[in-house]
Design a protein. Structure first.
Length: 332
């Protein structure tokens, strides 16, 4: 009985009292009231008369009726065999990836350039997070949403791949990019919300200060991981001239102090990516830091068992009818 459960156990208590007890009481009363009475001076003449088997077994139809009712009550209460199984459910993290698409991202200290490598590593990161919701935000002198928060990673990856410089006004508006990423996550109900902000410059545009945007993130419980991408010193930057593409050595300027402040204020972390391998390692570390939430749950699989009891009730009912009309038939 350890693996047996009833959908309506209350019926096992109520129906026997309402049905069986009155039936049994009425049957006993009827047996007494229907007994024939005949007065004689002595019973000596009847002592040695054997009782017929039919008389001894006369209660069988009633017993079958009681069994029919019992089986019906059990069937109505819906007995079920239960099988316990454990499973793990997952709750993904909501992540907004904010990518700098200013023209400085065309510098070739990363081959072929910073932007292409930034997209490549971000795509690898997305593909490794199948349970997360992903949004993609782009910023330069302005900011816009490239991909709203979605679980459709194929669409997110395709839209991320389409990022390029020159789509919006040039510059580096870190505050706008961060504020836009916060807006993508603010109405989401995930327990864990994260922004990954990647830039190669110094904030020089935008109406929202980066630390003000960081305060928005703090108020909404969003962690921000900041990544400064670019080698130390100088980097080759392509310049279009009448004679074709020429390269100039441009000084790499990343406001690491600001990026560190944003990360620290929101409970995240600042990283510096000086080459492709380092950027890959950074995304791997963020992947480890932001584990998907796993919750172990129990589910119960039921096997319905009411049908055998219905069949047993039908058999008892038919037997009662057959016996009542043949062996135990009574004449009026």
């Amino acid at each position: 009985m350890n693996n047996l459960e009833f959908a309506r156990p209350d019926l096992l208590k109520i129906l026997p009292i309402l049905l069986l007890l009155p039936m049994i009481a009425f049957y006993i009363w009827k047996q007494k009231s229907n007994s024939a009475r005949y007065q004689v001076s002595t019973l000596q003449a009847f002592v040695n008369i054997p009782k017929l088997k039919r008389y001894t077994l006369r209660h069988i139809p009633f017993i079958l009726r009681i069994l029919t009712i019992i089986f019906l009550i059990v069937a109505i209460a819906r007995p079920k065999a239960i099988i316990h199984n454990s499973t793990s459910s997952t709750e993904g993290i909501s992540i907004a990836i904010a990518v700098d698409i200013s023209t400085s991202m065309l510098a070739e200290d990363f081959r072929p350039n910073r932007l292409d490598i930034a997209k490549k590593e971000a795509i690898k990161f997305i593909n490794g997070r199948p349970n997360d919701r992903i949004a993609v935000v782009a910023f330069a002198g302005e900011s816009y949403t490239q991909c709203p928060l979605t679980t459709d990673h194929t669409s997110a990856v395709n839209l991320l791949q389409q990022l390029k410089t020159g789509l919006i006004e040039d510059g580096t508006a870190i505050g706008l990019g961060l504020a836009n990423a916060v807006a993508r996550l603010k109405d989401d109900d995930a327990k864990s919300k994260v922004i990954i902000l990647l830039t190669d410059g110094v904030n020089n545009r935008g109406e929202i200060a980066p630390l003000t945007a960081a305060d928005f993130a703090v108020a909404l419980g969003i962690r921000v991981y900041t990544i400064g991408i670019g080698t130390k010193g100088y980097a080759p930057y392509p310049v279009q001239t009448p004679y074709g593409t020429e390269y100039q050595q441009v000084e790499v300027e990343i406001d690491e102090q600001l990026l560190t402040q944003i990360a620290d204020k929101t409970g995240g972390k600042y990283f510096r990516a000086t080459n492709e391998k380092k950027l890959n390692d950074i995304y791997s570390e963020i992947d480890r830091l932001e584990k998907t939430i796993f919750e172990k749950t129990q589910y119960i699989e039921y096997k319905e068992l009411f049908m055998p009891f219905l069949i047993a009730a039908l058999i008892c009912f038919l037997l009662e009818i057959i016996l009542s009309l043949t062996i135990f038939r009574t004449n009026p």
